[in-house]
Design a protein around this ligand. Structure first.
Ligand code: SAH
Ligand code: SF4
Ligand code: F3S
Length: 440
C-alpha cells in the first residue's frame, strides 16, 4: 500500500469557510489524502480564501509568494486556491500566480478529486461554475471519527440581498436552502460523534426556507424546533442574520426553545437612515431598534452582537453620530467594526471613497464605545450562574476553556472537568476577552 498523500488547508474568512474546509478535506479523503497541520510536509496545499475586504483578498497573493520555496523544494507539491477569491478572480489567479495548480470556487469543491487528478496530470484547471447539482449530495459521507463538542452546519448559502458594498452575492451566488431532512440527518450524525452544540450557518441564515420532510417549506424557526428534539444535542446557535428576515416565529423561538442559546449576531452596518438607504439595506435604524425590543421581550437576557462599517461613501459626521447613537441605544455584548473597503464589481465601488484618516478616526471612536459596552456586559456577569460547555484544556493546570450560553469565552478551574461537559459555573472575574468561573 502506498502512503497516503497529505493535505494542508489554510482557511481565511467566515465560519462558512471553516465548514467548507472540512468538506474539502473529506472530498479529497476519497482520493487518498489525510490532513496535516504542517504546510512543509504537504503534497497538496489549499488556500480557502475570503474576498470580503481588499486586505483579505491581498493576503492570498502574499501567502502564495511565501509558498513558492516549498514548491521549488518539492516539485510534486500541488497548490490550489479555493473559496471566494477563487470565485471572484478565477483565471486571473492563474495569470498572477504561476505556483497555482488549480482554482476551485465555493460551489464546485465536490469536484476536487477530478480537479486534483487533472492538476497531477499537468493541467491547471479552473472551476468556478455555479452548477446545477447540489454539491452537498456529491460529497462522500464523512468518516465516523469523533469530534469536538461544537460544530458548524451550513443550512443556507448565498445571498439575494445585494447590499451595495458586498461581494458575497457574487462569490456565493443566489440563496439556496438545504432540505431539512438532510440537515437533521447531518445533525444526528454529528451528535453521534460527540458534538453537543451546533451553529447553523448561512450568509442569510434566517432567510432559510428549505423543503421539510412533510413536503412543506420550513422556516429557520421550524428547523430549530426539529433540531431541538435531538437527544444529546444541547445547544443551538445560528449566524448570520439580516434584520428584515427576523420573522415572528423566529423571535418567538428565542423565548420558547431552551436549547436555542440567548445570543444573536444581527448586523445593522450603520445607524443613519440615509446611509442605510445608500447601502441598500432596506430598513431604517428605528425598525432595527424596534426589532431588538421585540427580541428582548421574547428573551430578556439576549446578548446581541453586530457588524458596522465606518466610512461608507457619502457618510458625514452626522451619519456617523447616528451610528454611535444606535450603538448606545442597543448596548452590544460585542461587535465587529470595519473600515469601508471598495470592492470591484459592487455598486458602491463607483462612488468616491472618504479620506483614510476619517475612516481611522471613526473606527477608533466606534471601537472605543463598543469596547466599553463589551466590558460592561462582561462585568455584569460577575457573580452570575451560567452554563458553560467545556471545549478544551486551558493553559493552567486544572483549567478548562469553554463558552457560556451568551458565547463568552470562559476559563473554568476545578476538578474532574472534561471537554464535552456542560456544567453550571459561577463567574468570578472578567478579563479583556474572557471570563473566569468556578464550577458549582
Ligand atoms: N451576511 C454575511 C455578511 C458577511 S460579511 C454573513 O454571512 O456573515 C461580514 C461583514 O463584513 C458584514 O456584515 C459587513 O459589516 C462587513 N463588510 C462586508 N463588505 C464590506 C466592505 N466592502 N467593506 C467593509 N466591510 C464589509
Ligand atoms: Fe453581504 Fe448584505 Fe448579503 Fe450580508 S446581507 S451577505 S452584507 S449582501
Ligand atoms: Fe469572505 Fe466569502 Fe465568507 S467573501 S466572509 S469567505 S462568504
Amino acid at each position: 500500500m502506498t502512503a497516503p498523500r497529505k493535505l494542508f488547508i489554510k482557511t481565511y474568512g467566515c465560519q462558512m469557510n471553516v465548514y467548507d474546509s472540512e468538506r474539502m478535506a473529506e472530498a479529497l479523503g476519497a482520493s487518498g489524502y489525510v490532513t496535516t497541520e504542517r504546510a512543509d510536509d504537504a503534497d497538496m496545499i489549499l488556500l480557502n480564501t475570503c474576498h470580503i475586504r481588499e486586505k483579505a483578498a491581498e493576503k492570498v497573493y502574499s501567502e502564495l509568494g511565501r509558498l513558492r520555496p516549498l514548491k521549488e523544494a518539492n516539485p510534486d507539491l500541488k497548490i490550489g486556491v479555493a473559496g471566494c477569491v477563487a470565485q471572484a478572480e478565477g483565471e486571473e489567479i492563474m495569470r498572477r500566480a504561476p505556483v497555482v495548480d488549480l482554482v476551485v470556487g465555493p460551489q464546485t469543491y465536490h469536484r476536487l478529486p477530478e480537479l486534483e487528478a487533472a492538476a497531477r496530470a499537468g493541467a491547471r484547471p479552473v472551476d468556478t461554475e455555479f452548477p446545477e447539482e447540489d454539491k452537498f449530495e456529491h460529497l462522500p459521507r464523512a468518516p465516523r471519527a469523533t469530534r469536538g463538542a461544537t460544530a458548524f452546519l451550513t443550512v443556507q448559502e448565498g445571498c439575494d440581498k445585494f447590499c451595495a458594498f458586498c461581494v458575497v452575492p457574487y462569490t456565493r451566488g443566489a440563496e439556496v436552502s438545504r432540505p431539512a431532512e438532510r440537515l437533521l440527518r447531518e445533525a444526528r450524525d454529528l451528535v453521534d460523534r460527540g458534538v453537543r452544540e451546533i451553529t447553523l450557518l448561512g450568509q442569510n441564515v434566517n432567510g432559510y426556507h428549505g423543503e421539510g420532510p412533510d413536503g412543506r417549506i420550513w422556516s429557520l424557526a421550524r428547523l430549530i424546533e426539529a433540531l431541538a428534539e435531538i437527544d444529546g444535542l444541547w445547544r443551538i446557535r445560528y449566524t448570520t442574520s439580516h434584520p428584515n428576515d427576523m420573522t415572528d416565529d423566529l423571535i418567538a423561538a428565542h423565548g420558547a426553545i431552551d436549547k436555542l442559546m440567548p445570543y444573536l449576531h444581527l448586523p445593522v452596518q450603520s445607524g443613519s437612515d440615509r446611509i442605510l438607504k445608500a447601502m441598500n439595506r432596506k430598513h431604517t435604524a428605528e425598525a432595527y431598534l424596534r426589532l431588538i425590543e421585540r427580541l428582548r421581550a421574547a428573551r430578556p437576557d439576549l446578548a446581541l452582537s453586530g457588524d458596522f462599517i465606518v466610512g461608507f461613501p457619502g457618510e458625514d459626521d452626522a451619519d456617523f453620530e447616528a451610528t454611535l447613537t444606535l450603538v448606545r441605544a442597543v448596548g452590544y455584548h460585542s461587535a465587529f467594526t470595519f473600515k469601508y473597503s471598495a470592492r470591484p464589481g459592487t455598486p458602491a465601488a463607483e462612488r468616491p471613497v472618504l479620506p483614510d484618516a476619517i475612516l481611522d478616526e471613526r473606527l477608533y471612536r466606534l471601537q472605543a464605545l463598543i469596547t466599553r459596552q463589551q466590558r460592561a456586559a462582561q462585568e455584569a456577569m460577575i457573580g452570575r450562574e451560567v452554563g458553560v460547555l467545556l471545549e478544551k484544556p486551558g493553559r493552567l493546570p486544572g483549567q478548562m476553556v469553554g463558552k457560556s450560553d451568551h458565547l463568552h469565552a470562559v476559563h473554568v478551574t476545578g476538578e474532574g472537568l472534561q471537554p464535552g461537559m456542560l456544567i453550571r459555573a459561577r463567574i468570578t472575574a472578567s478579563a479583556p476577552n474572557s471570563l473566569a468561573a468556578v464550577p458549582l
